[in-house]
Write a protein that binds this ligand. Structure first.
Ligand code: OAD
Length: 252
């Protein structure tokens, strides 16, 4: 299949026909999908969180051990920011596509819960969920909390932390297994709004590439995988995903 780059929002005909025929879709999303809702990405210059904060001091188990209050407060700030946002066209279209294509598997690196708020029911949370808490010691889940210091676990008295995957931590086994199985069986793999720099999330895209599934990237910028994808749809997710969903409109 030829490599195509489209900057006008018109799908290549070859891609349109593949998408209409293909049943098993996997859509992997990253923080770019929530950018149009006002949630900062991680690596975009200036606006990205990692342009302003040091990940080693905020998103590692070591950081939490040495300064739980700072880490907790940074997550409380992000929680408040995310609660004020609403799903955008990319989230709502993906929820609609899931209803139209029951075999579509949605995997997200995002912890913001916006896919679920848009109506997606089955979402594989690869990096966890920012609203949930779990114990840093025994990992038992605990209730939401608005306190400014991490609450304590009612089982082991350890400190509670956000239930997200930090650098150096493993992906939750169930999420890793379900997403690998889905990619192993997929006809079509979308990589949407991710820089494809973080592993093992990027390994899923590489698995799709090696399986010869049809691969599509949606991103305004290029990534290390752009040139390997079958189709690179250059532009925001909120532009391209509605174009893709329109293929399934009854009157189109
Ligand atoms: P990055 O910040 O690394 O990449 C965001 C990507 O979104 C970039 O490639 C942008 O070009 C693209 N982008 C920006 N606006 C977009 C839009 N409107 N539509 C589509 N794409 C857009 O974020 P991630 O790839 O999600 O990990 O980062 C992966 C992981 O690194 C995150 O899950 C997080 C972070 O450290 C954890 O929290 C464990």
């Amino acid at each position: 299949m030829s490599k195509l780059e489209h900057s006008s929002a018109e799908l290549p005909l070859t891609l349109a026909s593949v998408l209409i025929e293909a049943k098993r879709w996997v859509v992997m999303t990253g923080s770019g999908v929530s950018a149009e809702s006002g949630v900062p990405t991680f690596r975009d210059a200036q606006s990205g969180l990692w342009a302003q904060y040091e990940p080693q001091q905020l998103a590692t188990p070591e950081a939490f051990e040495s300064n739980p209050e700072i880490v907790w407060q940074w997550y409380q700030w992000r929680r408040k920011l995310i609660r004020k946002t609403t799903p955008n066209a990319a989230h709502t279209v993906l929820a609609r596509l899931q209803r139209l294509k029951p075999e579509l598997i949605l995997v997200t690196q995002n912890v913001d819960g916006l896919h679920q708020r848009a109506g997606s029911t089955e979402v594989i949370e690869f990096h966890g969920c920012i609203e949930r808490n779990k114990c840093f010691g025994c990992e038992k889940r605990g209730p939401k909390s608005d306190s400014s210091y991490p609450p304590t676990c009612n089982t082991c008295n350890g400190l509670m932390r956000p239930d997200v995957v930090w650098f150096g931590e493993n992906i939750p086994t169930a999420a890793l297994t379900a997403s690998s199985d889905a990619v192993n069986a997929c006809d079509v793999f979308f990589s949407v709004g991710t820089s494809s720099l973080v592993y093992p999330a990027t390994a899923l895209a590489k698995m799709a590439l090696s399986r010869k599934a049809t691969t599509i990237e949606i991103n305004p910028n290029s990534t290390p995988l752009s040139t390997r994808m079958d189709f690179t749809l250059q532009g925001p997710a909120g532009l391209w995903l509605p174009v893709i969903a329109s293929l399934f409109d009854k009157n189109s």
